[in-house]
Design a protein around this ligand. Structure first.
Ligand code: TYD
Length: 147
């Protein structure tokens, strides 16, 4: 039997992280999930990259982006995302391919606790630009005028 759940959420431009459920078409031949820019996630997708073959105990991220918006999905396995807006920290456990975490601009993030064989897919609103990165936490806080 085919069914669709988790239909499109009303997504307006947001400046906070949010978990977003994706369409999931269940099928005895295997389930199917799809993502449309400006529909399921609030930006047009200009780039996709993967994080995989992460050694035990390794962490990724530890930066913020000045303008980039991203959407993180655990395609397989699991990991934790720690989001720090300079005031509070939230931990999100990512372990399914039918939901993801939208991370707007200017959010400090790091990824940790990767399970074996995790594949994390990231959809990004722009091409890679080193100048868009803030890799110093104190600089991040001062740019948010929170220091
Ligand atoms: P980085 O953003 O530091 O990874 P993470 O935040 O997950 O720890 O990127 C690691 C390296 O990969 C760095 O040399 C830049 C390069 N890179 C690209 O060339 N293109 C990309 O799209 C990304 C995400 C990274």
């Amino acid at each position: 039997m085919k069914s669709m759940n988790n239909e499109i959420r009303n997504i307006s431009p947001v400046d906070e992280c949010q978990l977003i459920d994706l369409p999931k078409i269940e099928d005895p031949r295997g389930n199917l999930t799809y993502i449309e820019g400006m529909n399921h996630i609030p930006f047009e997708i200009k780039r996709t990259y993967l994080i995989y073959e992460v050694p035990g105990g390794a962490t990724r991220g530890a930066h913020a982006n000045k303008n980039l918006e991203e959407f993180f999905i655990a395609l397989s396995g699991s990991f934790d995302m720690i989001i720090d807006d300079g005031r509070t920290k939230h931990k999100y456990h990512m372990n399914r391919s039918y939901f993801g975490l939208f991370v707007p601009r200017m959010q400090w993030r790091h990824l940790e606790n990767f399970s074996t064989n995790t594949v994390c897919m990231i959809l990004a609103s722009d091409h890679y630009c080193q100048d868009d990165y803030i890799r110093d936490y104190q600089e991040y806080l001062s740019r948010r005028k929170l220091k």
